[in-house]
Design a binder for this molecule. Structure first.
Ligand SMILES: Nc1ncnc2c1ncn2[C@@H]1O[C@H](COP(=O)(O)OP(=O)(O)OP(=O)(O)O)[C@@H](O)[C@H]1O
Ligand SMILES: [Mg+2]
Length: 222
């Protein structure tokens, strides 16, 4: 890890971290640039661990599993994973940078302005999210955490699924049947919250992408 004098951005190997996009309890997501020979520059997003999580075998393993799950799926409706690398003893999940908004932000803006998402726009978003979910299932993966924070809408109107941190995959071996570490319980199917076996057709459609787009779902109080 090096920071050049006068440049407060963090450089990790070929990656220069920029804007902090989100910071959770264990992971942070940055906008970043990957540089290469002859002036090559590529915009990416980088998810990495911070604090004690960097030294936690369990958290590093979770990030590795997240990268491996996402790498099973190649589809325009998911933010593509480019690489999982170790730079300066720090695992970096490098992926396509989506410039846009979370569905939560889209909904919040609609609520603030009193202008609901137009039905035809909502239908288009729902269709795109459902197609992406289908591609995820075709890749042998169940996302398990399709929520308004994990569905992005790009500036040019494309839906992109992110955050495979709760994904179950290699289902025949029931890998990761335990409840996911971080999960938006408002939207998760009961079998996901309980850590039971998941079903691609049911578990990612329990609270369907439709609900995440069109109506705020009141948080459960129990
Ligand atoms: N590829 C991306 N492009 C742009 N923004 C992203 C990208 N990936 C994540 N983000 C932003 O960062 C936020 C957090 O990312 P993500 O959902 O992967 O992490 P998390 O929910 O904190 O982690 P986890 O639930 O796995 O512990 C997203 O809601 C989104 O705003
Ligand atoms: Mg998330």
């Amino acid at each position: 890890m090096t920071d050049s004098p006068g440049d407060r951005r963090m450089r990790l190997g070929p990656y220069v971290l920029g804007e902090l996009l989100a910071r959770g309890a264990t992971a942070a997501v940055f906008g970043a640039q990957r540089s290469g020979p002859a002036g090559f520059v590529m915009e990416v997003a980088v998810k990495t661990l911070h604090g004690d999580a960097l030294r936690s075998i369990a958290h590093v393993r979770d990030l590795v599993l997240e990268a491996r799950a996402a790498a099973n799926v190649v589809h325009p409706g998911i933010a593509q994973v480019h690489a999982l690398v170790d730079e300066g003893d720090r695992p970096l999940l490098v992926m396509e940078r989506v410039r846009g908004w979370t569905l939560r932000a889209v909904r919040a803006t609609a609520a603030l302005t009193g202008q609901p998402v137009a039905p035809e726009v909502a239908v288009a978003l729902i269709r795109a999210a459902a197609r992406a979910a289908h591609a995820i299932h075709d890749g042998g993966v169940v996302h398990r955490d399709l929520s308004p924070d994990n569905l992005l809408v790009s500036r040019d109107g494309h839906v992109k699924v992110i955050d495979f941190g709760a994904a179950a995959w290699e289902l025949t071996e029931r890998v990761r049947a335990r409840p996911p570490p971080a999960l938006d319980a408002t939207y998760a199917a009961p079998e996901v919250s309980l850590g039971l076996r998941v079903d691609p057709l049911l578990s990612d459609n329990y609270i369907s992408p439709a609900t995440t787009v069109t109506s705020p779902h009141p948080a459960r109080t129990s």
